[in-house]
Design a protein around this ligand. Structure first.
Ligand SMILES: NC(=O)c1ccc[n+]([C@@H]2O[C@H](COP(=O)([O-])OP(=O)(O)OC[C@H]3O[C@@H](n4cnc5c(N)ncnc54)[C@H](O)[C@@H]3O)[C@@H](O)[C@H]2O)c1
Length: 411
């Protein structure tokens, strides 16, 4: 087997601030009347951080330091990794509310105190406490998936011009469709945090596959859970929306974005029975959950595309993609992180030793998505490669469609 691997240049964005200390932007965006009314309740003095050319970012749902996705987004923006984003407000409903006394709540408080002192960032427990926007406002919503529909409504009511919504956006297609309608009616744009859409291994694989007639791409995603009923039962309960809506949703978004996959365009889906495994396990609450611990399947579309996805809860901590030729021989494989990015991962690990490992492997992609969305919020130019909420709806539809079909095939 001849496997070609490539090392390429990094795609890191410059962390240099592009802006002078000119007075911050107060023009070039509009505040509608509903917004003004909704924010009238605010009685505090406004802070002035976003500068000309920057979006005023509100992080909604920060989560615990070292654990929450929102926290890592915050760290990247505070460290000026996204030149078009100024993180001015952090809204944290749980750890500044009912969860404040927990150990994670205390961690959050210590980080809040440090961040306020170092950067002047304003923390609130709800969007109600925000002043009206002073610059094009971008709400980055990273709450629990079930809370995100409500947080989107509140972000619209409180002046967001654009919303960066963490994947999958909502627990169900129906909720996500309602969110899109609400945003459309308010002329607010919603872009998604599907970071694999912009990452290097996906781009390299797609580019290579283009050069091999009749080739076949497989996207592989691994988690590092222990292969025990206790560990997987805990995983099944915590991610009760199931493997396709939770773990493999990034890969489904790739299929929708780049392979024309949609419920209407799927001609055939076939599970790899040898690889795949479905189990019914008890979660910590004692309730039983049925889910895939490993799944591999191939989709053929009516328009002639063919692509595979493989996800394994106990397969390790990497993601990669392969290209096989017409004869079924693997001719290309590209990992995330590649050799070059592993150096950067090590540096980040040393800086944040207790943080979730996936923050580091996807670090450049989180920066890319945030920077493109923030820049788009300011200048309205297309946010290249960023998934829209319509892509997210189509992705969630595919997940809802595939789950019972694959379960049936694996019985
Ligand atoms: N793009 C990616 O690679 C990626 C990775 C992980 C998560 N995500 C997405 O980011 C979002 C946030 O995920 P997360 O893992 O940071 O979630 P999380 O549960 O750690 O935190 C999200 C929010 O939940 C609230 N919360 C935390 N503990 C709570 C409790 N015990 N009771 C009630 N509320 C509580 C907090 O307000 C917190 O801000 C989700 O939409 C998720 O799908 C994306």
């Amino acid at each position: 087997m001849k496997v070609i691997s490539y090392n390429t240049n990094k795609i890191f964005l410059s962390s240099t601030m592009l802006f002078s200390l000119a007075s911050r932007r107060a023009a070039g965006f509009t505040v509608n009347r509903a917004v003004t009314a909704a924010t009238r309740a605010y009685g505090g003095s406004s802070i002035h951080f976003a500068k000309e050319g920057q979006a005023e970012v509100i992080l909604v749902g920060c989560g615990a330091p070292n654990r929450g996705m929102g926290w890592y987004h915050a760290v990247q923006m505070l460290e000026d990794k996204c030149p078009s984003a100024s993180l001015d407000y952090i809204v944290e409903p749980w750890f500044m509310g009912a969860g404040g006394d927990s150990p994670a709540g205390q961690d959050f408080k210590a980080w809040q105190d440090e961040t306020e002192a170092k950067y002047g960032t304003k923390f609130t427990a709800s969007l109600e406490e925000l002043p009206p926007p002073e610059a094009p406002r971008l709400a980055l919503i990273s709450g629990r998936t079930a809370d995100n529909p409500r947080l989107l409504s509140e972000s619209i009511a409180h002046g967001a011009k654009c919303i960066y919504l963490e994947k999958p956006g909502a627990p169900t297609v129906a909720e996500l469709e309602a969110m899109k309608n609400e945003a459309d009616a308010a002329s607010v744009e919603v872009l998604m945090g599907y970071n694999k859409n912009v990452c290097k291994y996906v781009r390299k694989t797609r580019e290579f596959a283009e050069t091999v007639p009749g080739s076949h791409v497989t996207f592989v995603s691994n988690n590092a859970y222990e292969n025990t009923p206790e560990s997987l039962g805990e995983c099944f309960e915590r991610n009760a929306e199931g493997m396709l809506k939770n773990m493999a949703i990034h890969e489904l978004a790739l299929l929708v974005s780049f392979y024309d996959v949609s419920v209407d365009n799927i001609a055939e889906v076939v599970a790899d029975k040898e690889f795949s495994s479905m189990q019914t396990l008890k979660g910590p609450s004692g309730k039983e959950y049925t889910d895939f611990d490993k799944i591999k399947f191939t989709i053929k579309t009516k328009t002639g595309n063919e692509v595979s996805v493989q996800a394994d809860r106990c397969g390790g901590s990497d993601s990669y993609a392969t290209v096989t030729d017409k004869a079924g021989e693997e001719v290309f494989r590209y990992y995330m992180p590649d050799e070059e990015d592993k150096v950067h991962v090590k540096e980040l690990q040393a800086k944040y030793p207790t943080a979730m490992p996936y923050f580091f492997t996807q670090d450049p992609d989180y920066i890319t998505v945030k920077e493109r969305v923030a820049k788009h919020t300011v200048d309205g130019q297309p946010a290249e490669g960023i998934a829209t909420i319509q892509i997210a709806i189509d992705t969630l539809k595919v997940a809802e469609y595939l789950t019972p079909i694959l379960q049936e095939q694996l019985k």
